[in-house]
Ligand binder design. Structure first.
Ligand code: ATP
Ligand code: MG
Length: 660
């Protein structure tokens, strides 16, 4: 599978997006924690402070009871009634005090701790209260106030209704620690005791009073009123306060699912462990009845410094979570808007980056198509600009190299053509000399055999002619025989010349002079009378050559020209030095009938002639060819039928005789 193809822009935007999204998620995560922590820790600080306020209300109540009890205990009239054993007066008076100050109990003992008057339950009296921790302190004598667990038996003594008020069956509560019991029969009381001492400092007894906190909501509601001022969130009161007896809610304004005060429910296990078992305070979130709260718990201790209950305040956590979430939502929306804005910006900025690159791509495509002159027009002073500049530089160099290559190709082609022509020529001349050589061998054999008999015929014919009468028929016939035989002899001589040419005698020779000598032979002949001879001789250096043999060559060519022109026309002879090839050129141009195309390759063959029988032997050019070849030269022929021919003898410029 190939990875998907993305454009540069998509890649850029995607990578930015990845960074933004990862960064966003990280900051969102930490941001949320931070917001929550800040909000919750602030709320926690407030709740901690609220617990202090709750303690004030709690202790105030305890002090109130203490004040009432100690004030009443110091009353002169009370002392008087005790001394006079006026139980009726005592009962009336103390009952009034109890009702006036809203105490649940107010009981008087004698100086040994035996109950004299029990205002709430006058029938029960005479029992010994000296074993009670608080009463025993007051017997010291003293004034003292403490929260205290009051067992059912004592509650029954103080009043049956109090025992009923304290009785509480446990309501199953989520997260509460399991307990073997299923109900509570004792009560938690704020209790104060004061010794009753007369003016003579005699201890008359102890007066103790108290308020049973079970199902008494005065303190918790007052805390809520002072501290939370009835704050509500979505119809639910957020601030709560509770007094626990052990782990049991005995006084609270936390409500259950039905909206009733959740008394009878119990504290969550983790808080119980911390506060009741470890005697620590708890300042954290906690599960309260059915919701999470930001809470503060502290133990309530009795006179022996034993933990007997807990005072709690807490505020619903949900509003803070909701605020945190709202803040985070706002933040997320803002961040998303920023991302969108950023993406738009990115789109435009990548366009700025990509545009020049696209132009580069177009340029490379143009160049690939072969337009090497194409230039990228980017002048930005950054990497893309540098790239464009070096790109342009590269194409320029490429263009130059390309042109050089084309030029080189052209010269190469020319050179190949030249060489091919040279090779063809060379091959042609090779074939020619091969052909001539074999013909020469054949001819030499024949000539040798014929030469001697011809000699015999000639001698005998001459002898017969001398003996015959002049002008007789025989004499005429003999003359004819002699003439034809001489012709045969000439042919044979030529053949031999061709077949076994003489080795040239190479000496320094002036070629202009040789041409002149050849011309001189014919100038006065009848054939040349109507031929204009035009000479154009250059100053030629003398070369090493066989003058007489070359003269024979030139003579052959001159006669051929004259015959081709039928003794009427122009023969232009030109000599020149070709410095380029280091050769001498002797050119013979006539205005004769020219040579047919198909005859050109055969010109130098022995016996090739177009002349009528008896006129030409066809050996002239064959012999000439042999001579020129011995000089390492060549004969070039150009001809046009009806207009004339040009024969050029080309000889190498050899200025010194070869060392032999
Ligand atoms: N200048 C020329 N113009 C036209 N044809 C020519 C010319 N030179 C040579 N030829 C042709 O080349 C043939 C061969 O020439 P070559 O000199 O070898 O023999 P020839 O002239 O025919 O006979 P020979 O020279 O032996 O008398 C000629 O018959 C003629 O057809
Ligand atoms: Mg000839």
């Amino acid at each position: 599978m190939h990875p998907p193809h993305f454009s540069l822009r998509t890649k850029l935007i995607l990578s930015f997006l990845v960074v933004i999204v990862i960064g966003g998620l990280i900051s969102l995560f930490f941001g949320q924690r931070l917001v929550k922590n800040v909000l919750i820790s602030q709320a926690q600080a407030k709740v901690n402070h609220d617990l202090a306020s709750a303690w004030m209300v709690f202790n105030e109540k305890l002090n109130d009871i203490k004040d009432i009890v100690s004030l009443t205990a110091s009353r002169e009239s009370l002392h008087e009634a005790i001394r006079n054993n006026r139980t009726d007066i005592l009962l009336r008076y103390l009952n009034r005090v109890r009702n006036e100050y809203g105490l649940d109990i107010l009981t008087l003992t004698d100086s040994r701790g035996r109950v004299i008057i029990r205002t709430r339950n006058p029938e029960v009296e005479g029992d010994d209260q000296s074993g009670d921790e608080i009463v025993s302190w007051a017997l010291q004598p003293n004034v003292i106030a403490y929260p205290q667990i009051v067992p059912k038996s004592e509650l029954l003594k103080e009043g049956k209704d109090l025992a009923e008020r304290a009785y509480m069956e446990f309501i199953p509560t989520p997260k509460a620690a399991p307990r073997p019991e299923d109900k509570e029969t004792s009560g938690l009381m704020l209790k104060a005791a004061a010794s009753v001492i007369d003016e003579k400092d005699d201890l008359l007894g102890v007066l103790y009073g108290g308020i049973l906190l079970n199902r008494n909501y005065e303190i918790v509601d007052r805390v809520k009123e002072i501290v939370f001022k009835e704050e509500k969130y979505k119809g639910v009161e957020t601030g709560t306060a509770t007094i626990f007896q052990g782990d049991l809610r005995i006084s609270t304004n936390v409500t259950d699912a039905q909206g009733q005060r959740a008394i009878g429910t119990r504290i969550s296990e983790e808080v119980k462990k911390a506060v009741l078992d470890e005697a620590e305070s708890w300042n954290d979130r906690a599960f309260v009845v059915k919701d999470w709260y930001i809470t503060a718990y502290e133990p309530i201790k009795n006179i022996k410094n034993e933990i007997i209950g807990i005072l709690y305040v807490g505020t619903l956590e949900k509003p803070y979570i909701d605020i945190a979430n709202r803040v985070m939502l706002t933040f997320t929306i803002l961040a998303s808007l920023c991302v969108i804005f950023l993406l738009i910006m990115l789109y435009f900025s990548t366009t700025k980056i990509i545009k020049p690159l696209q132009r580069m791509v177009v340029a490379t495509q143009e160049i690939a198509k072969g337009d090497l002159g194409h230039k990228v027009e980017i002048q930005s002073a950054d990497e893309v600009g540098y790239l464009a500049a070096s790109f342009n530089q590269m194409t320029e160099k490429l263009k130059a190299a390309n042109e050089e290559l084309i030029e080189w190709g052209r010269t190469l082609e020319k050179k190949v053509q030249e060489r091919t022509r040279e090779l063809t020529e060379m091959q042609a001349s090779l074939v020619q000399s091969e052909k001539l050589a074999s013909l020469g061998k054949l001819a030499a054999g024949i000539a040798h055999e014929i030469n001697n008999p011809l000699g015999g015929i000639l001698i005998y014919s001459h002898l017969l002619l001398e003996e015959s009468k002049a002008n007789s028929n025989l004499a005429e016939t003999l003359k004819k025989i002699i003439k034809e035989t001489s012709r045969c002899k000439n042919i044979v001589k030529g053949l031999l010349e061709f077949a076994r040419p003489k080795e040239p005698e190479m000496v320094l020779t002036d070629l202009n002079e040789v041409v002149n000598k050849a011309l001189a032979i014919f100038e006065r002949q009848a054939l040349f009378q109507n031929i204009t001879i035009e000479k154009d001789f250059s100053d030629l250096p003398r070369i090493v050559a066989d003058g007489p043999q070359l003269q024979q060559v030139f003579a052959n060519i001159i006669i051929n020209a004259a015959e081709a022109m039928n003794g009427n026309g122009l023969l232009a002879i030109k000599t020149l030095l070709d410095a380029r090839t280091d050769t001498l050129r002797i050119e013979f141009r006539d205005t004769g009938h020219g040579i047919k195309e198909e005859d050109l390759p055969r010109l130098f063959e022995p016996f090739f002639t177009t002349k009528e029988v008896g006129k030409g032997t066809g050996l002239g050019l064959a012999i000439s060819y042999g001579i020129v070849q011995k000089h390492n030269g060549s004969i070039e022929v150009k001809s046009e039928v009806g207009r004339g021919s040009t024969f050029t003898v080309v000889l190498p410029l050899i200025k010194e005789a070869p060392n032999e």
